[in-house]
Design a protein around this ligand. Sequence first.
Ligand SMILES: *Cc1c(COP(=O)(O)O)cnc(C)c1O
Length: 429
Amino acid sequence: MNISNLKFDRKYIWHPYSSMSNPLPTYQINYAYSYKLVLSNGKKLIDGMSSWWSAIHGYNHPVINNALIKQIKHMSHVMFGGITHIPAIKLCKRLIKITPGNLNCVFLADSGSVSVEIAIKMALQYWHSLKISKNKFIALYHGYHGDTFGAMSVSDPYNSMHRIYRNYFSSQLFVDISKYRFNDIWTNDTSHLDNIIKLNHHCIAAVILEPIVQGAGGMYFYHPQYLVHIRELCNKYNILLIADEIATGFGRTGKLFACNHAKIVPDILCVGKALTGGTITLAATITNKKIANIISNNETKCLMHGPTFMGNPLACVAANASLKLLNQYNWKKCVFMINKQLKKDLLPLINHEMVIDVRILGAIGVVETKYKINIANIQRWFIKYGVWIRPFNKLIYVMPPYIIRQSALKILTNAIQKSLNVNSNFIIT
Ligand SMILES: *Cc1c(COP(=O)(O)O)cnc(C)c1O
């Protein structure tokens, strides 16, 4: 086919959440290293996205690369049914060690959405085994848990990109948490949630939430005390708590896990995204022995899930290398320094006429604009400026690799600030 690569891409390849007839522009990246992406014309961009929360140590990291190369020479993959291997064993040991509390039974999944499906199945099978009929979930407005059907059912039914599927999956219960922002003074008024639970607890299998930070559903940060309260209610009414830490896990919010802000332990935990340092897809659903045993003693005697590429050794060694790295340098200090600078550079934008809110937590900086952003236009401008930032809706946000230099982060925040001043091209009013 005699057609340029980008033309082919535009005509024949779906991109995430994209149109096939009128797609947003795509940019060809030929190389990536540290906190930089290199375009096909050689231009270097400073990365503000960590490839959607995942590349926390930056790109092309020699430690992760070497682990992958070494593993390829042994085996890239082998089935996990009836077979085990050291990369998976090492990884599960590590995950049990660093995750909160007594979470010690690990199911390795192939993506974040799949790990959420497994968490949902675990909760349903748990109650099924106990012969108690509980099959509804409580979730949060503005929550996002993935693109598969179970995950979509617990994602915000009105504000999400998945609302058109609403009639195809079971309807769940949702609570509004807009009164409990992270930095607000804690009010004890949780009556909305309390009432929903009081009225419905007999049929609620689990509460599922992104602890503290809601990602793709709107980048909202909520109060740790709210999470503490949910944990208490779950205990009181015999409801499981599923924490989806796929975006927040491994330090992004300033704590190793966002649950640690509230010092709570969920019954089921999902991790993904940064797990392999942004190299290969891998996720995990982790629960405690009690739940695992009850699930394993039902009529099927097992958890009914088993992906073909479960426990992929390459993904496991990448995760082991990434977790080892996290242990070796002071990620907490890196995240703290990023946080300090994001606050200094972005918080003043709250006074900008185009801005309605600025939110900073850990190594996450969010600028919410008054109007919807024209993504194609603003990205073209960002690329010219030399940065990779990909806004959505009214949100311009950054979550750079932890290893970003101060001078580079300054360029990212400058880019955001300047983009607001040439906003007429970027804002859809
Ligand atoms: C990204 C994300 C998912 C889905 O993970 P995939 O690997 O894209 O399937 C689920 N939950 C949260 C909180 C996420 O940020």
